[in-house]
Design a binder for this molecule. Structure first.
Ligand SMILES: Cc1cc2nc3c(=O)[nH]c(=O)nc-3n(C[C@H](O)[C@H](O)[C@H](O)COP(=O)(O)OP(=O)(O)OC[C@H]3O[C@@H](n4cnc5c(N)ncnc54)[C@H](O)[C@@H]3O)c2cc1C
Length: 437
């Protein structure tokens, strides 16, 4: 997809000028950060691509107020490191944090493994500077009220309109994010299981525990585990395992150096049939970084496999659905029987089981298989919604997944979204094709 023009403003005033000109000529404008969206949200073949890459300044880290301000094009990883240098944690942790922007994180409400403890980007957004579709600048700050009965809930805090709006409601030029103290102690633990059902039951039990303090509970099915073993250079590890759960136990108290509750973790794992001899403990930063690298090798490997099929009309198809975490085993059973029904090779399944949010990666070898996989995804999403789930839990819907929205949102909800869009962008020039068709 190639736009008609690219604008690279270096200040909010220049963004406003681009938007005023676009509004006058009714030219579509698609904001873009680092363009890592997996849903085609930041690419377009219509009008202007508005790149925020030239606005990447870190404005300040305020230790007293525990906030960081940065221009929208700053890389999330850089902003996190600046906060960490001051002893504070910027919590959102998408896998792509080193190559994606804070504006993109806000626009997609990005999340990651540790969102189990800290939530997605939304709760960390304190204030936003924006430029509207008409080219007006706007400063929004969360009200900070503890009680409020004035008007409908959705109108009480407009910051929330823009978080997750995928470029369709306004252009974010600057972001103020809340910071937490850096955790005192983090311990990584990997638990292999012979049966996948046991691994998933273990995740549910770990969430229910009053002693354990997981900040992430990540799941690998047998196929994902095989990729992770390769990436870790350790083909023999947990050879008989059909699934793995990676947890990080963490004490958020600054400076905490208490011992992790290892006995409790091991007892729970053994009660759920974990392969006790193959349990691994990662107890320093370097070891935890290595565990994270191995986890990230799964999507990276699947991207490579998908890219190899492009010449044949195939590609990787990645799902992003979630269900209430206790229903994940049911949802995966539905997904797998849909794949069997359509004669599709089972997906590599991994990810945020603690949030009921796996990623399923299929490889379509050619165009015919791609079509069959789309049927599998459609049937899975219908089952997911019946289980109380969502069609998109992390990457937004952009252009590629917007057709699934009506499975989840009824006409009144979609109508309310359209009304807000019309109010803020009456000519529909912002990010056309994202969210709405
Ligand atoms: C390998 C890989 C791993 C990933 N892992 C994760 C993950 O773990 N968790 C996760 O949540 N996502 C993940 N993603 C998806 C993506 O990286 C995130 O959604 C990221 O936050 C997008 O940031 P970006 O700067 O690349 O935004 P872009 O891709 O440039 O834009 C994404 C959307 O945001 C809008 N937008 C961007 N900047 C602005 C702005 N300043 N104002 C208004 N709208 C704007 C765009 O119009 C578009 O709709 C991954 C992607 C890849 C390729």
């Amino acid at each position: 997809m190639v736009p008609d023009a690219v604008a690279r403003p270096t200040s909010p005033a220049e963004v406003a000028e681009v938007m005023r000109e676009a509004a006058a000529a009714r030219t579509p404008v698609t904001p873009a950060g680092a363009q890592t969206s997996t849903t085609a949200a930041s690419i377009t073949d219509r009008g202007v691509l508005l790149s925020l890459a030239g606005m990447s300044r870190l404005v300040d880290v305020d230790r007293a107020r525990r906030t960081v301000r940065a221009e929208a094009g700053a890389l999330l990883g850089d902003v996190k490191r600046a906060a960490a240098a001051e002893g504070m944690l910027l919590a959102p942790d998408p896998t792509s944090e080193d190559w994606s922007t804070v504006g993109g994180a806000v626009a997609c409400n990005a999340s990651g493994a540790r969102s189990l403890r800290y939530g997605a980007t939304r709760p960390h957004v304190v204030a936003l500077s924006l430029v509207t579709a008409r080219g007006e600048t706007m400063e929004l700050r969360r009200p900070g009220l503890e009680k409020n009965t004035a008007g409908y809930a959705f109108a009480q805090d407009p910051v929330d309109w823009f978080v997750g709006s995928e470029g369709t409601l306004g252009v974010v030029t600057e972001v103020e994010l809340g910071l937490l103290p850096l955790p005192g102690r983090v311990t990584g633990l990997a638990f292999p299981f012979r049966r996948e059902a046991d691994a998933l039951a273990f995740v549910v039990a770990a969430r229910a525990s009053r002693v354990l303090r997981p900040r992430c509970l990540e799941f690998f099915d047998e196929r994902a585990l095989a990729i992770a073993r390769d990436a870790g250079g350790d083909a023999a590890w947990a050879a008989g395992a059909a699934a793995l759960v990676y947890a990080e136990d963490c004490d958020d108290a600054p400076g905490a150096d208490d011992d992790p509750p290892l006995d409790e973790w091991l007892a729970l794992a053994e009660r759920h049939g974990a392969v006790a001899d193959d349990v691994r403990v990662y107890d320093d930063d370097a070891a935890i970084r290595e565990a994270r690298r191995v986890r990230h090798a799964v999507p990276a490997t699947m991207n490579e496999r998908g890219a190899l099929r492009r010449a044949h009309g195939g590609r990787k198809v990645s799902t992003d659905w979630a269900v209430p975490y206790a229903r994940l085993a049911e949802a995966l059973a539905e997904a797998r029987s849909a794949a069997d029904r359509h004669g599709v090779e089972q997906a590599v399944t991994y990810g945020h089981a603690g949030n009921g949010h796996p990623h399923q990666n299929f490889i379509a070898h050619d165009a015919a298989e791609l079509e069959r996989i789309e049927h599998v995804v459609g049937e899975t999403l219908t089952a997911v919604i019946a289980l109380g789930g969502t069609v998109a839990a992390e990457h937004g819907v952009g252009k590629l997944k917007r057709r699934w929205l009506p499975l989840q949102l009824g006409p009144v909800q979609l109508g309310a979204m359209r009304a807000l869009k019309r109010e803020l962008d009456p000519d529909g020039i912002l990010a056309p094709g994202n969210v709405f068709s």
